[in-house]
Design a protein around this ligand. Sequence first.
Ligand SMILES: [Zn+2]
Length: 263
Amino acid sequence: MITLFIFTIGIVIGSFLNVCIYRIPNEQSTIFPPSHCPCCNERLKPLDLIPIFSYIFLRGVCRYCGSGFSPRYALVEFLTGIVYVVIFKKYGLGVEFIAFTYLMTLLIIVFFIDYDHMIIPDVVVLTGLVGGVILIIYQYIHPISFYENPLSLIIGAFTGSGFLIFVSIVGMVAYKSDEVMGMGDVKIFFPIGIFLGWKMTLIALSIAVLTASISSIILIGLKYKNRKSMIPFGPFIVIGTFITILWGQELFDLWYQFTFGNY
Ligand SMILES: [Zn+2]
């Protein structure tokens, strides 16, 4: 029952995330005007805006002009619901749940905006930092077992971002180009690093780099992309972070055992 409740909260928030994903890159307000059909501009009534269900009942078309809505709206809602439920199953209802759903909510926005536009908006990074600072303060007052100590969060802010700055400086020198790595990728690792702590940030970064490399090789192999084309890194950062939230400690232990043998 509580699982269903959390899923419902997830899809309702997912519905707002659609608005953010659609409007933030166009520098529109996410609150005003209220939702309208992008084709006929008709203002959508509450019945048109029930997450997932409206999409199914209206068969994905606007009730007023008949133009199709992208199935991605329903996908984003469903995905947000699933992410919330999975985090709940792993951590129960507590500070970790609040912290990780907060982070993942922002990262779902990052995933789709970076995929569409190859940018990570500053407003998302800043919202993440606000939550991160609250988490650091909370960790000082009320230590959460997920982190070794409060310093881990502060160091974390500079772990992933520091590494990416290093990579982009090396890349700039090696390729004599001024943009190897988007600054958005560097910036989003400030809040991610705080929420994960430095050790888990390294795991998330490793997964992101690994999955991005494998995908690039596959995409270039299938000739969908060539060596020169840019592939957004943000979606891989999001995937890496989510996997780390779920299995970071297990992956760390596995890596440790592999590297240093039994301990
Ligand atoms: Zn319409």
